[in-house]
Design a protein around this ligand. Structure first.
Ligand code: ZNA
Length: 238
């Protein structure tokens, strides 16, 4: 972290081109063989959206060509969609091991960019490897814009029974400002989705802040009810 520079965070992940391209080849060769993707062209569109601009100047729309090149040609299994908020570590360790659920990170876009950071810079035509602003520092943050679009695409594909994993050990387990609360929830289609199954998981030792009958989870249930979704909610169901 850049001490003494308020708001500044780590810069673009080193070797980002090799990582992103490597993951693209890995996904299309080993994870999902049979689907052909043009990894070179995906990278070119990514570069066009991000590089050579001020670090806060990439909109969702700028990624349009990239997402077009990454289009998921096949349908994801209905009933196995998993959304999560503030439970990333839990999802990556326990849920990923189950191999039952489908998360955004199982799609090409999520797979390629998971855990990476990037932003552009105007001079030296390229990425800023020194520092990037935080998400809250700018409206057109290149990382935020990419996840926004990826999350929207993923949620629009959801069908059957979908699962939402929330963290009952934090205040605002459901937050209207989060990516789930602001993008994915609004992109779910009540005609395609049978049930929204909410799971509220807490750390074994607590704190026990929220549950199906307490706190912000009730707001989520109210929104689901209003929009005509059928839903269930379970606490601590590991
Ligand atoms: N794989 C990801 O990193 C990722 C996945 C990033 C953003 C969104 N997603 C989607 S949305 C995924 O499909 C989940 O269903 C949804 C989770 O997003 P959320 O509701 O906003 O939950 P969260 O735990 O607050 O954020 C998710 C991830 O986004 C975090 O683990 C971070 O990697 C990243 N993030 C969130 N806020 C910030 C941030 N990174 C930098 N600055 C932030 N302010």
């Amino acid at each position: 972290l850049c001490a003494g520079r308020p708001g500044a965070e780590l810069g673009t992940t080193p070797n980002i081109k090799h990582i992103v391209m490597g993951r693209c080849y890995e996904y299309s060769t080993l994870v999902n063989p049979g689907v052909r993707y043009d990894c070179e062209s995906i990278w070119r569109h990514f570069e066009e959206a991000v590089c050579c601009q001020t670090p806060c100047n990439t909109t969702v729309e700028d990624y349009r060509h990239m997402f077009y090149a990454m289009a998921q040609a096949w349908a994801l299994p209905c009933g196995r969609f998993l959304f999560w908020s503030k439970t990333k570590t839990f999802v990556q360790t326990f849920v990923a091991a189950l191999r039952y659920f489908w998360t955004l990170e199982d799609t090409l876009a999520g797979y390629m960019f998971n855990d990476l950071l990037w932003c552009g810079q105007e001079d030296n035509d390229g990425f800023d490897f020194g520092s990037c602003p935080g998400w809250s520092a700018c409206e057109r943050h290149p990382v935020y814009s990419l996840w926004r679009r990826a999350s929207q695409n993923f949620a629009e594909m959801a069908c059957g029974n979908v699962t939402v994993l929330l963290n009952g050990s934090v205040v605002d387990a459901f937050n209207r400002e989060s990516m789930f609360g602001s993008v994915e929830l609004d992109s779910l289609d009540p005609c395609r989705v049978d049930h929204v199954n909410i799971k509220v998981v807490t750390d074994r030792e607590g704190p026990f802040m929220e549950s199906c009958s307490r706190g912000s989870v009730l707001d989520l249930i109210e929104i689901l009810r209003t929009r005509g979704f059928r839903w269930t909610c379970a606490d601590n169901d590991r």
